[in-house]
Design a protein around this ligand. Structure first.
Ligand code: HEC
Ligand code: HEC
Ligand code: HEC
Ligand code: HEC
Ligand code: HEC
Length: 262
């Protein structure tokens, strides 16, 4: 019996090793070669196109949600709190589709795979053994959540001088962000992952468009500390809360970056 186990263990081990050793480097579709493909890591990922990623990951766009959970709840009959804004439309969709291909996403945004996926190597990012002096690792997360925070943070109504959260005070301002923002912080959304003009157009019709990304789909308890671009008519004096703010968007998001190309 023992010998049987030993033999089968040797068999499984060696067949595993053989699979790795026989990995023909030049053969397309090789699993290990694909997993460790340089395009997954910096620097290649910094300029990778969606087409490159999708040549192997088409499923990210194709997959649909189940029509029913195992317990029998239908997708049709379910709505989450963040799906109650007036801008929400269509049937339930996957996370990737909601950010890349559904109508609202396509209209307002220009997200690329590499806007969120900056390349992560678990071997590099999770020091073994874990070390208290080295806590600054993304630790196996594939995406830095700060990216999400940019569009899913709290609405900083206090620093706007609003008397209460937007849900309560919006009527006082005619449900219209542009009542103030046609003159304040008007240099906005000039980044390669947003469609700035389309956002302004849509925001004129419906402030839920604006609120959606600035508090209306809040996943975090904190607001994002946006860069504070200079605008026409801006006062010289910088308010206290804005003293440490950058005045330009993160370099990799700026419009002149290579990333802007499809
Ligand atoms: C040559 C094919 C190929 C290309 C090109 C490719 N990938 Fe992958 N990728 C893979 C394979 C294979 C895996 C491992 C999947 C698994 O084990 O389930 C993987 C894993 C991943 C994972 C982790 C998935 C998980 O479940 O652990 C992410 C995220 C990912 N790829 C994103 C990207 C992005 C973004 C790009 C473009 C910059 C890209 N990939 C380009 C083949 C590829
Ligand atoms: C809005 C940000 C965002 C965009 C844009 C994005 N992803 Fe992802 N992706 C994520 C997050 C978040 C996860 C889950 C990561 C985790 O589990 O750590 C993920 C997971 C994945 C995975 C793992 C398998 C899965 O489906 O969970 C693959 C593969 C992947 N993404 C590929 C892509 C490709 C290819 C593109 C471009 C067509 C893309 N992603 C665009 C945020 C994004
Ligand atoms: C550039 C802005 C932007 C970024 C960055 C972004 N999102 Fe979103 N997210 C949106 C918008 C817009 C919607 C609403 C789409 C709709 O209602 O059709 C949304 C919707 C969602 C939803 C709801 C999906 C659904 O089916 O209703 C989740 C969950 C979500 N985002 C999580 C994330 C996470 C996690 C990240 C970071 C990996 C992220 N988002 C990054 C703009 C963004
Ligand atoms: C009563 C006028 C007023 C209204 C209404 C208003 N804002 Fe503001 N908003 C401001 C002021 C003032 C600032 C700060 C300007 C500065 O940087 O000095 C600001 C700042 C912001 C910022 C930048 C925050 C930061 O931390 O840098 C965002 C984002 C924003 N507003 C979005 C909105 C959205 C979305 C709405 C509608 C849901 C809205 N605002 C409604 C006056 C207003
Ligand atoms: C799809 C998500 C999205 C929508 C819709 C959106 N914003 Fe933004 N907004 C962002 C992001 C992301 C930034 C930070 C961009 C950067 O790095 O400069 C931003 C920045 C801002 C800023 C700071 C400007 C600066 O740089 O000084 C203001 C003010 C603002 N938005 C107001 C609005 C208003 C008003 C609307 C509606 C007309 C709106 N937003 C719609 C995502 C969004």
């Amino acid at each position: 019996m023992k010998i049987y186990y030993l033999l089968s263990a040797i068999f499984f081990l060696s067949s595993g090793v053989m699979t790795i050793l026989s990995a023909d480097e030049s053969r397309p579709g090789n699993y290990y070669r694909s997993v460790w493909h340089p395009v997954h890591f910096s620097p290649a990922i910094n300029t990778a196109t969606d087409e490159q990623c999708l040549s192997c990951h088409q499923e990210v766009i194709n997959q649909k949600v189940l029509s029913k959970t195992l317990a029998g709840v239908t997708a049709e009959s379910t709505q989450a709190w963040y799906q109650t804004l007036t801008t929400y439309e269509g049937p339930q969709e996957t996370f990737h589709r909601r950010h890349l291909v559904t109508p609202l996403a396509k209209k307002l945004m220009n997200l690329k795979c590499i806007t969120c996926h900056q390349g992560s190597d678990p071997r590099e990012q999770a020091p073994v053994p874990p070390d208290l002096n080295n806590t600054n690792y993304t630790l196996r997360k594939q995406v830095n959540p700060e990216v999400c925070l940019m569009c899913h943070g709290d609405n900083p109504y206090q620093l706007m001088g609003l008397p209460s959260p937007w849900e309560e005070s919006s009527e006082m301002f005619q449900n219209n962000c542009l009542l103030c923002h046609s003159g304040i912080r008007t240099h906005r959304h000039q980044v390669n992952y947003l469609n700035a003009d389309a956002i302004e157009e849509a925001g004129k019709e419906n402030s839920d468009v604006c609120f959606g990304c600035h508090g209306g789909r809040q996943w975090y308890r904190i607001p994002y500390p946006y860069p504070r671009h200079a605008w026409e008519g801006m006062a010289e004096e910088v308010p206290e809360w804005a003293k440490d703010r950058p005045t330009e968007s993160e370099p990799r998001f700026q419009l002149n970056q290579l990333q802007a190309h499809k």
